[in-house]
Design a protein around this ligand. Structure first.
Ligand code: PLI
Length: 471
C-alpha cells in the first residue's frame, strides 16, 4: 500500500474497509521486464499496446474484456459442458439466467459482443437510417455503419468534459434526441442504442430516471430502445449509490427494472458476466427473435450455441449469477475507485467522477504541447508501458477513426488513456504500483514528444495501427 493510503488509514480511526468476497486459490506468475526490454518491445509493436506480446507486459490493464478470473464454481461448471451440437442443456441454463436477471424473453447466444452487434444491426437497420445513442462505441458503430446506418451522438454534453462532476454523465440528452427525431422523422430512426455504462466516456452511468424518460419519449414516437448491457451491473451499482430511492435496492432488482425500459439487449459477456469468451442477444419481440435466430446460424452457429462451447455457456450462466451479487459489484467498482482516488489525491488529471471499469487518464492535460493529430493518448499509453510495463489502451483520436463520408480524422473531445481493471485479478498492491507509475510519467510530461502514424488499417484502426516517435 502507498504511503498516502497508509496515512489516510491512520487519519481515519474507526474506519471500516471493504474487501473482496473471495480468497485466491490459484495464481499466475507475472514478470517485470527491464526498461531496455520494453524499449525494444514497444518499437517492435509500433507504439501500439495491442501489438505487444502479453509476456512483455507486467500489469495488464489493456482491457477488462475476457480477462476476469473465473470462480471455482465456474470452473466446475466447465466440466459439466454438454457438447451436443443442438439443444445443449447448458444453453437452457444460460437462457434461464438471462431471463431471471435481465428479464428478456428470448435469447440468441453469440461468440462475443460484436457477434451480437452484427446480428442486431443487420436485423434492424435499413440503409440510410440513423441510430442515435449515448456516445459511440468502436465495434458497435462499425456494425451500425456496415449495415448502412449512421450513428448520431445524443449523450448529455457533460460527458465530453472530463472534469465535469455530474453523477450520470451517461444520460441521453432527451431534448437533443427529440429534435433529431422531429428533424429526420421517426421512420428514419432505426432504434436508440443505449449503453450502460458508457465505455468511451470513462465508464459513466445512465440514471434510472433517464432510462424511464427515454422509454416514454420513444413510446410517443414508436421507436424502440436496445441496450448494450455489457457493463449494466456496474451501471446499476452507481444507481444504487447515487440515485434517490435506490439505496436499499439490490443490483439485481435495479438491473431488472432498468432492462424493463428497453426492448432487448446485446451483451459482451466477457465483461460483467465474468467469462473469458461469450456473448448474447436477448429481445422481447417474437418476430425479431425469429429473424435473429435465423441470422445467427449463418454467422455464429446454431441458435442453441451461437459460437460458444457447452462448457462456455455453463460458465457464463454461473457468471451471470455471481456478477450481479452486490458484494461482488461493490468491491469490483471499489477497486477502480481506489486507483482513481490515489491519482486524484496526487493531482493527476483523470476523468471524473471515476467510472465503473477503469481509470481514464486525460492525455490533453498531460500533454498540452502535443496536438491531437500527434496522438497524445497513444503517446501516453506507450510512455506508461515504457515506465513500468503497465499496459493501457488509447481511447482518443485513434479509436475514433475516420468519418466514412469525408475520410478525415474524427476529433473526439475526449483524448484518453484507459486503464481498464480486470475483474477479480489484481490486488490493491498492484493498483499502488500502477498509480506510482502514472505519477512518474506525469512528472516527466514536459519532455514527452508525440507520434506519427505510419500504418493505418481500414477498419477499427486502433487495434493494428503502427506509429513512430516524432523527432
Ligand atoms: O469485445 P466484444 O466483441 O465481446 O464486445 C464488443 C463491445 C460492445 N460494447 C461495449 C460497450 C464494449 O465495451 C465492447 C467491447 N469492449 C472492449 C473489447 C473493451 O476493451 O472495452
Amino acid at each position: 500500500m502507498s504511503d498516502s493510503a497508509f496515512r489516510t488509514m491512520g487519519q481515519q480511526a474507526g474506519r471500516r474497509s471493504w474487501a473482496e468476497p473471495w480468497k485466491i486459490k490459484m495464481v499466475e506468475p507475472i514478470f517485470m521486464t527491464s526498461r531496455e526490454d520494453r524499449e525494444g518491445a514497444i518499437v517492435d509493436a509500433g507504439f501500439n499496446t495491442f501489438l505487444l506480446r502479453s509476456e512483455d507486459v507486467y500489469i495488464d490493464l489493456l482491457t477488462d474484456s475476457g480477462t476476469s478470473a473465473m470462480s471455482d464454481r465456474q470452473w466446475a461448471g466447465m466440466m459439466s459442458g454438454d457438447e451436443a451440437y443442438a439443444g445443449s442443456r447448458n444453453f437452457y441454463h444460460l437462457e434461464e439466467a438471462v431471463r431471471s436477471v435481465y428479464g428478456y424473453r428470448y435469447l440468441v447466444p453469440t461468440h462475443q459482443g460484436r457477434g451480437a452487434e452484427h446480428l442486431i444491426s443487420q436485423a434492424l437497420i435499413s440503409p440510410g437510417q440513423i441510430v442515435p445513442g449515448n456516445m459511440y462505441f468502436t465495434t458497435t458503430r462499425m456494425h451500425q455503419e456496415l449495415a448502412g446506418g449512421s450513428f448520431a451522438d445524443v449523450i448529455v454534453h457533460e460527458a465530453h468534459d472530463p472534469s465535469d462532476p455530474s453523477p450520470f454523465k451517461g444520460d441521453v440528452d432527451l431534448g437533443k434526441l427529440e429534435s433529431l427525431i422531429q428533424r429526420e422523422g421517426a421512420e428514419r430512426i432505426a432504434y436508440v442504442s443505449l449503453a450502460g455504462t458508457v465505455n468511451m466516456a470513462g465508464g459513466q452511468p445512465v440514471s434510472m430516471a433517464n432510462a424511464r424518460a427515454l422509454r416514454e419519449l420513444c413510446d410517443r414516437y414508436g421507436i424502440r430502445v436496445y441496450l448494450d448491457a455489457t457493463r449494466m451491473f456496474e451501471n446499476a451499482y452507481f444507481i444504487q449509490q447515487r440515485e434517490s430511492g435506490y439505496g436499499d435496492k439490490s443490483i439485481r432488482a435495479i438491473v431488472h427494472e432498468f432492462c424493463g425500459y428497453t426492448d432487448g439487449a446485446w451483451m459482451s459477456a466477457k465483461k460483467d458476466n465474468l467469462v473469458n469468451i461469450g456473448g448474447w442477444l436477448a429481445v422481447n419481440d417474437p418476430d425479431l427473435f425469429d429473424r435473429l435466430r435465423n441470422l445467427v446460424v449463418i454467422y455464429e452457429g446454431l441458435h442453441t450455441y451461437g459460437g460458444m462451447a457447452g462448457r462456455d455457456m455453463e460458465a457464463l450462466a454461473i457468471g451471470i449469477g455471481e456478477g450481479v451479487e452486490d458484494d461482488h459489484v461493490r468491491t469490483r467498482v471499489g477497486q477502480v475507485q481506489y486507483l482513481g482516488q490515489l491519482l486524484i489525491d496526487w493531482g493527476i488529471p483523470i476523468v471524473q467522477p471515476v467510472g465503473g471499469h477503469g481509470v481514464f487518464l486525460d492525455a490533453r492535460r498531460f500533454y498540452p504541447h502535443i496536438p491531437q493529430d500527434q496522438f497524445p493518448a497513444q503517446t501516453l499509453t506507450a510512455e506508461l508501458y515504457l515506465d513500468s510495463g503497465v499496459r493501457g489502451m488509447e481511447r482518443g483520436i485513434v479509436s475514433a477513426g475516420r468519418d466514412p463520408a469525408t475520410g478525415a480524422h474524427r476529433y473526439p473531445a475526449l483524448e484518453l488513456t484507459r486503464l481498464a481493471i480486470p475483474r477479480r485479478v489484481y490486488t490493491q498492491a498492484h493498483m499502488d504500483v500502477v498509480a506510482e507509475s502514472v505519477k512518474a510519467v506525469y512528472d516527466a510530461r514536459g519532455a514527452t514528444r508525440g507520434l506519427k502514424m505510419v500504418y493505418e488499417p481500414r477498419y477499427l484502426r486502433f487495434f493494428q495501427a503502427r506509429f513512430e516517435r516524432l523527432p
